[in-house]
Design a protein around this ligand. Structure first.
Ligand SMILES: *Cc1c(COP(=O)(O)O)cnc(C)c1O
Length: 383
C-alpha cells in the first residue's frame, strides 16, 4: 500500500538536495563558527551564506535574520523582546494563534500582563480596524499570525503592520505557515518581527529563525555565548542551518509554480470531497488561503475515527493541528470561528505539499466517501 502523506502543515519530508547539503556538512563542516582556525572560519563563512539565503526568501537583509531552534523558540523570543524593550503591560493577539504564541501569553497574564485576544470572523481572520481599536495606552506588542495552521486563512498582516507602525508599537507575526507558501517581502512592509521554521519548508526539524527588522532593539531569550550577534547564545547548528538555507533557496526558486500547483490540487481535492459528501462544511477563507490547505468538518462523525480509518488506507491526515490532537477538546481555532462542539469534532485537515501528486488527490477523494458513510452508519448522532 502506498503512503499518501497529506499532513504537510504538521511537518514536511526533507528534499533530497537538503539531505545532501546536510550530509556534506556533517562530514566536512564540523567546525565551531567561533573558532579562529580555518575549519571554524569555513563554518562561519557558510553560516553567513545561509543567513543571506534565508534573508533572500523574504526580501530581508542578512543581518535581520537570527537563527533559532525553531518556530516555537522564535515566537517566545519575539514576545520576550517586547517585554524587555518596551514599557507597558498590554499585548494584543488573536484567539486562533498557535499555542507557541498563546501559551507564553497566558503565562504572562499570571504575571500581571493584560492580553487582548481578538475574536476572529467566520474565516479565522481579524481586520486592521479591529486591531487598531484594541490598542491601549500601554500596548507593547501586537502579534497576529500570518497564515493559520489549521484552516489556512491568510491575515492582512501588512495592513496590520501599518497600524502598529502608526502607533509606534512592535508588530510580530508567526510566519511559520506563510514561509514558502506566499510571497513575503520585508523591504515593502512594516512587520517588526516574523517567526520562521525550517521543517515546514522541507528542511530539518529543530531549526528556524526570527526576522528582526533593523532598528528594532533586541535582547536575548537564551543567555550565554556571543553567537548571533550576542542575542541568541549556543554553538550554531551548522548542518541544520545549512539545510534550512538550502530549503529556503529551493522554496524561493519555485515559489510561483509551488503556489500554482498546490492551489490547483487543493481546489480539486476540496471539490472532490464537497461535491460527493453531504453535510460537510469547508472551513477557512475560500480565496485568501494557504495553497495546500483543505479543512472540512463532517457532521455526525468523530475526526479521530476518520483519521484512523484513513491511516489504514495509507492516508496520513490530521484533525485540527498535530499539537492539539491527543486531547479531547475540539480545536480552539474551530471553536473560535463559531462551530459547535459537535461539528468541530468531525474535523479533517488535509495539507498538500511539493510531493503530492494528482493521483494522490484522486485516491483520497475516492477513499474518503465510503469511510465517512461507514462512520455515519455507526454513529448515534446521525439523524
Ligand atoms: C509548526 C508551527 C509552529 C512551531 O514551529 P516549530 O519549529 O515546530 O517549533 C509555530 N507556529 C505555527 C503556525 C506552526 O505551524
Amino acid at each position: 500500500m502506498k503512503t499518501i502523506y497529506m499532513d504537510y502543515s504538521a511537518t514536511t519530508p526533507m528534499k533530497p538536495e537538503v539531505i545532501e547539503v546536510m550530509t556534506d556538512a556533517f562530514k566536512h563542516h564540523y567546525g565551531n563558527a567561533s573558532s579562529i582556525h580555518h575549519i571554524g572560519q569555513e563554518a562561519k563563512v557558510l553560516l553567513q551564506q545561509a543567513r543571506e539565503q534565508v534573508a533572500q526568501l523574504i526580501g530581508a537583509e542578512a543581518r535581520e535574520i537570527f537563527f533559532t531552534a525553531g518556530g516555537t523558540e522564535s515566537d517566545n523570543w519575539a514576545i520576550q523582546i517586547a517585554l524587555e524593550t518596551k514599557p507597558g503591560k498590554h499585548i494584543i493577539t488573536t484567539n486562533v494563534e498557535h499555542h507557541a504564541v498563546l501559551h507564553p501569553l497566558e503565562a504572562l497574564e499570571k504575571k500581571g500582563y493584560r492580553v487582548t485576544y481578538l475574536p476572529v470572523d467566520e474565516y479565522g481572520m481579524v481586520t486592521p480596524e479591529q486591531v487598531e481599536e484594541a490598542i491601549e495606552e500601554d500596548t507593547i506588542l501586537i502579534s497576529v499570525m500570518y497564515i493559520n495552521n489549521e484552516i489556512g486563512s491568510i491575515n492582512p498582516v501588512e495592513q496590520i503592520a501599518e497600524v502598529a507602525a502608526k502607533h509606534g508599537i512592535l508588530f510580530h507575526t508567526d510566519g511559520v505557515q506563510a514561509l514558502g507558501n506566499t510571497p513575503i517581502d520585508m523591504s515593502t512592509n512594516k512587520i517588526s518581527m516574523m517567526s520562521m521554521s525550517s521543517h515546514k519548508i522541507y528542511g530539518p526539524k529543530g531549526v528556524g529563525a526570527l526576522y528582526i527588522r533593523k532598528g528594532v532593539r533586541t535582547v536575548p531569550l537564551i543567555h550565554g555565548g556571543a553567537q548571533e550577534r550576542k542575542v541568541r547564545a549556543g554553538t550554531e547548528n551548522i548542518p541544520g542551518i545549512l539545510g534550512f538555507a538550502k530549503a529556503a533557496e529551493l522554496a524561493g526558486a519555485s515559489l510561483d509554480q509551488h503556489i500554482e500547483k498546490l492551489s490547483r490540487l487543493r481546489d480539486k481535492l476540496r471539490d472532490g470531497i464537497m461535491n460527493n459528501i453531504s453535510d460537510a462544511k469547508y472551513n477557512g477563507h475560500p480565496v485568501l488561503r494557504h495553497p495546500g490547505n483543505v479543512n472540512i468538518c463532517f457532521k455526525y462523525i468523530e475526526g479521530e475515527s476518520l483519521l484512523l480509518l484513513l491511516d489504514m488506507k495509507g492516508i496520513c491526515a490530521s484533525s485540527g493541528s498535530a499539537c492539539t490532537s491527543g486531547s479531547l477538546d475540539p480545536s480552539h481555532v474551530l471553536m473560535n470561528i463559531g462551530l459547535t462542539h459537535e461539528i468541530a469534532h468531525g474535523s479533517l485537515r488535509l495539507t498538500l505539499g511539493d510531493f503530492t501528486t494528482e493521483q494522490d488527490v484522486d485516491t483520497v477523494i475516492e477513499e474518503i466517501k465510503p469511510i465517512v458513510e461507514r462512520l455515519r452508519e455507526m454513529s448515534p448522532l446521525t439523524e
